[in-house]
Ligand binder design. Structure first.
Ligand code: NZQ
Ligand code: ZN
Length: 385
């Protein structure tokens, strides 16, 4: 196991009434001007927006509205939010939504305190922001676990890069699973698959031998799979949604990365596929994982076999055969959950030209069992068609 320091400052309010509880406890520390940031309108239709505005205004806050954060948020949108936050002297950013709203707000909160352009600051100068407008998250869609960490994934439309930024870490997060009941079935399953993907990507790093972090990880994977099956049969099952909301948080709060160098190669390929096609994150992962793992399993058969046996009940004695059983089970599960297994099912662009650009620009990760060549990534992507 690697040496580590683990510090976890995000306060989580979980369960029925979490939003009211969080606001009551946190509002005294939120300053007087609160930016209320959200997406395309689901929060208004579900009534969350009115409830939050009423609480903020009741506490005497000035509310600065920042609407229209799109799925796969753009760098332009982050800059727009930061300019507004500066202009209105915002004291606190309250992000209401899913991963896209949280990620955009993490960067808004950092950029508002920075005199330089944050893209240049982080990606050219190699620096990391240290000052932020404090931030809180109200989760209406689970899966990314983005409310639990300071990483943001932002699409730069000009350069076709969907890449990582270091942004603010929320002071607190409110997770009331009932708020996810209005999320369309396919979107909720996409998020749940994203959680499973985060677990797998954390598992397939180093060390590759059994360890306590991975044992917790495998338990969470089994939990995600079990509860996705419940939701597949009974979409509004609140108990299963609750489990999946907590799984989502557990997969990205750092616990499953303790003592590990993680993989995240599937994510890096999906992010670039998303940058060129503007497609759904979880759907892309569902398509890419099995194809990628068929290429990786021969490099670490024992590690893949352990995952296949403990998560999918693979029975083959030979490690590589068991690994392949697990990958087949993953793909069959994807189809069983109604998630896409090919780019064709996603109805997304899979031309040679696009796949070549994705292959040539995807970040190569250090924790991956194999340093992939660009041609092999292109080959993997063609197998996703
Ligand atoms: O925009 P609105 O109208 O709010 O609708 C949203 C959006 O269309 C809708 N939605 C959210 N809550 C809802 C709801 N609809 C009905 N009822 C509700 N309660 O869901 C749609 C998708 O929202 P989005 O936030 O885009 O989805 P998700 O949470 O899956 O986030 C995806 C983004 O997060 C990034 C992805 O790359 C992608 O850009 N990720 C962030 C990570 C992180 N920071 O840790 C990790 C992930 O690996 C991921 O890369
Ligand atoms: Zn993800």
């Amino acid at each position: 196991m690697q040496s580590f320091t683990y510090d976890y400052p995000v306060k989580n309010y979980f369960g029925a009434g979490a939003v009211e509880q969080a606001l009551a406890a946190e509002m005294p520390r939120m300053g007087s001007v609160v930016m209320l940031a959200y997406g395309g309108g689901s929060v208004k239709r579900a009534g969350v927006y009115d409830k939050v505005v009423e609480a903020l205004k009741g506490a005497g806050k000035t509310v600065v509205d920042f609407a229209g954060i799109m799925p796969n948020p753009t760098y332009e949108k982050c800059l727009e939010g930061a300019a507004l936050a500066r202009h209105e002297h915002v004291d606190f950013v309250l992000a209401v939504g899913g991963g896209s709203v949280f990620d955009c707000c993490k960067v808004i909160s950092a950029q508002a305190k920075l005199s330089e352009d944050i893209d240049h600051y982080e990606h050219v100068q190699g620096k990391v922001p240290t000052e932020f407008i404090p931030m809180g998250c109200i989760v209406t869609l689970s899966g990314t676990g983005a409310e639990q960490n300071n990483g943001a994934v932002i699409t730069n439309e000009a350069t076709h890069v969907k890449g990582p930024f270091v942004g603010a870490l929320a002071d607190w997060a409110a997770l009331d699973p009932a708020l996810t009941l209005t999320v369309p079935h396919a979107q909720f399953m996409s998020g749940a698959y994203d959680t499973l993907s985060h677990c797998m990507e954390s598992f397939f790093g180093t060390p590759r031998e059994a360890n306590v972090t991975d044992d917790m990880n495998l338990a969470i994977q089994r939990n995600v799979i079990r509860n996705m099956r419940v939701i597949a049969a009974d979409d509004q099952n609140l108990e299963a949604r609750s489990e999946l909301v907590y799984d989502s948080a557990m997969a990205e709060n750092g616990m499953l990365k303790i003592g590990k160098v993680t993989d995240f190669q599937a994510h890096m390929i999906q992010h670039q596929y998303g940058a060129y096609t503007h497609t759904n994150h979880g759907f892309g992962l569902a398509v890419i994982h099995p194809a990628l793992y068929r290429h990786l399993a021969p490099e670490a058969p024992a590690q893949f076999a352990r995952w296949a046996r403990e998560v999918w009940g693979a029975t083959a004695e030979d490690d590589l055969a068991a690994a392949r059983e697990g990958i087949d089970a993953l793909q069959a599960f994807t189809a069983e959950m109604g998630l896409p297994t090919t780019f064709a099912e996603m109805e997304s662009d899979a031309s040679d030209d696009t796949l070549r650009k994705v292959a040539d620009t995807a970040i190569l990760t250090g924790g991956c069992v194999k340093k992939l060549e660009r041609d092999e990534i292109f080959q993997i992507l063609t197998e996703c068609r």
